[in-house]
Design a protein around this ligand. Sequence first.
Ligand code: ATP
Length: 245
Amino acid sequence: MIEVRDLQVRYGGRLVADVPVLDVGAGECVAIVGESGSGKSTTLLALLGLTENAEISGQIGVCGVDVLTASPRALREIRGARAALVMQSPQAALGPATRLGVLMRRALKLHGRDASGANMAKAVEEVLLDREILRRYPHEISGGQAQRFAIALAIALGAEVILADEPTSALDVTVQAEVVGVLRRLREERGLALLLVSHDLALVSTIADRVLVMKDGAVVESGPAAGVLAEPSHPYTRELLEALP
Ligand SMILES: Nc1ncnc2c1ncn2[C@@H]1O[C@H](COP(=O)(O)OP(=O)(O)OP(=O)(O)O)[C@@H](O)[C@H]1O
């Protein structure tokens, strides 16, 4: 679902992300962890061709599409429906003026998907939200509800890949556990490929198969999550682990 080779992203000549290999198959979950500024979000955005003013080299394949050479039309289909991006603060992206149900219906129609009320309610309930939320405006919901709504939208669109940036940063601990449970279930039941970006190694250890540890734009360690967490080989990974509460 995601195949990256020799990805390098530069801003003004400065290398901010250098990722030699990143693969996420259907039903797999890979996490990128690292401190603020290490290049995690840049890597995620580059996968969908969403980095502005960046110089990018290497190869990026998402859902079989070569992102760096794809037509605008192919990129729109990937970004809008097949590979969904769940941001840290999705409320800003949702805009203030339109009810969530209307937003969802528009997106579904735009991509030729099932825009029935039943399909929308099913998607919303799958992420443990009440279907009543479809009548609300974005400013009337919490950050955690907004993240779950973004995941519901991805489900309704039939996304194959979810790219999530700090998927639980806006949530309290109980809701965090619920969202992680939802993501885990989605990958098991729907074979979704998940790429998560997180500071939170504890969260990562409960859901990811593999982990990439980034520092100053470079991947300093990668491998199966259990191995990296149990026996980190890089001092930086040990530091991240020791910083856990
Ligand atoms: N549009 C941009 N123009 C110039 N530099 C940028 C741009 N976006 C990010 N950077 C720089 O790239 C580096 C990596 O940033 P990035 O947001 O990818 O890190 P991160 O690991 O995701 O951090 P955080 O956890 O805080 O989101 C930082 O030094 C940042 O200042």
